[in-house]
Write a protein of this length. Structure first.
Length: 76
C-alpha cells in the first residue's frame, strides 16, 4: 500500500502583510485573564434552537431557578 503524502496548502497570506512585525508576540498571553472574566457555556444545537438570543436563555434560566427555589422551600 502506498503512503499518501499530505497535501501542502498554498500560502494564503497576502503580500502586504509584513511578517517581521509579528515577531516577539506571545501566543495566549492573556488567556488566563480572559478565562477568569468569562463564563461561557455552549448549548447543544437542539437547545440553542429554542432561544433567539442570550437574553432569552438568561430569562428562561432565571425562571427555572425561581421555580426550583419555590419547590424546595417549605410552604407555610
Amino acid at each position: 500500500m502506498k503512503k499518501v503524502e499530505p497535501q501542502v496548502k498554498e500560502d494564503e497570506l497576502r503580500p502586504e502583510y509584513d511578517l517581521s512585525k509579528l515577531k516577539g508576540r506571545v501566543r495566549g498571553k492573556y488567556v488566563e485573564r480572559y478565562r477568569k472574566g468569562t463564563n461561557l457555556v455552549l448549548l447543544e444545537l437542539d437547545v440553542a434552537a429554542s432561544f433567539p438570543d442570550a437574553r432569552a436563555v438568561n430569562e428562561a434560566l432565571r425562571l427555572l431557578i425561581k421555580l426550583a427555589q419555590t419547590q424546595a422551600s417549605p410552604q407555610h
